[in-house]
Design a protein around this ligand. Structure first.
Ligand SMILES: Nc1ncnc2c1ncn2[C@@H]1O[C@H](COP(=O)(O)OP(=O)(O)OP(=O)(O)O)[C@@H](O)[C@H]1O
Length: 297
């Protein structure tokens, strides 16, 4: 079943097309990545899907229904926002108590375990918490709520590498035991690429890529070897990226099994393209084609 479906979904703020004609269909019970450069429209899309802002036009279905002012859909949805604000007098324990009442599938034992693991000082007032500790509150709520649909919007500002790793591990383990639909927006693409089953890349409000991550393995590959061998292989091919270090070169090219065979025959090392490399290429290529469009107007 489809957890989220949009057609022509748009949100404009004056001249700014934050979300522009977005058609997506996200399958349920999967972990989806929502990627994009700063200002690409990720937060706005999540706010639309959770009924926090109103669409300029277009339609959306979330868990089979229109989400705006729909208590049934919203009670099954957990949205962990990038910079969630809490009342000054609140402590983490107060936030967790409210979350326990708000989410029907809340697991208090699991929440307590996560509080320990993230070393969250639950009785300290929120305004005294560090940036990373504030993020940890969101992560505990997002995981322990076990909501059928969970949005994490850059949930780990200020979290150190150990805590981020812990978040990915807990998310994956809990997802395996309690499958649900997760939409995760992040700039740490390499860190999460093994977690994601499907990605949507937004750029300037529009969908630049919408694909399962295993399909992407066949979309492009990275070859490396002696620079002369790499360059011989690259002749006549489209090159997405090429770097040279001394006498060695690495390059990313579009192509599936045929290109892989040719590269192996040429004596090159072959690895699947990384999501990060593909992301950088697609968003940079899109930016330069826009620049060309503007230059030719
Ligand atoms: N309330 C608003 N009024 C005017 N413009 C807005 C408003 N909210 C967002 N925007 C603009 O819409 C665009 C998309 O913003 P959005 O926050 O959705 O991007 P994002 O992909 O989440 O970015 P980041 O990765 O930096 O968090 C940006 O150009 C932003 O400046």
């Amino acid at each position: 079943m489809t957890a989220i479906a949009t057609t022509g979904l748009s949100k404009h703020f004056g001249d700014v097309r934050a979300v522009d004609d977005v058609d997506i269909a996200l399958a349920e019970l999967r972990i989806h990545g929502l990627l994009g450069r700063n200002g690409a429209g990720k937060t706005t899309l999540m706010q639309l899907l959770t009924g926090q802002v109103f669409a300029t036009r277009g339609t959306m279905r979330v868990l089979g229904a229109e989400p705006v002012e729909n208590a049934d859909v919203l009670s099954q949805t957990c949205f962990i926002q990038e910079s969630q604000k809490y009342p000054d007098t609140f402590r983490a324990i107060d936030v967790l108590r409210i979350a326990a009442g708000a989410y029907p599938n809340w697991d208090q034992e699991y929440a307590d375990q996560l509080v320990e693991e993230f070393r969250l000082p639950v009785k300290r007032t929120i305004k005294k918490l560090s940036r990373g500790q504030l993020s940890a509150i969101g992560i505990v709520v997002g995981l322990a709520s076990r909501a059928p649909l969970t949005f994490f919007d850059e949930p780990y500002l200020g979290l150190d590498a150990v805590a981020r790793r812990m978040f990915y591990d807990r998310l994956l383990a809990d997802f395996a035991e309690h499958p649900r639909t997760v939409v995760l927006s992040t700039h740490h693409i390499d860190e999460v690429s093994n977690l994601l089953e499907h990605v949507v890349i937004l750029d300037e409000g529009q969908v630049l890529l919408d694909a399962d991550t295993d399909e992407l393995q066949d979309a492009a590959l990275t070859v490396s070897g002696r620079a002369t061998d790499v360059d011989a292989f690259l002749a006549g091919r489209e090159v997405l990226e090429r770097t040279v270090l001394g006498t060695l070169a690495t390059a990313t090219v579009p192509g599936g099994p045929d290109a892989k065979r040719a590269a192996l025959d040429a004596g090159l090392d072959v690895s699947p393209v990384s999501l990060q490399a593909l992301f950088v290429h697609l968003t940079t290529a899109n930016a330069s084609s826009r620049a060309t469009d503007v230059a030719t107007v």
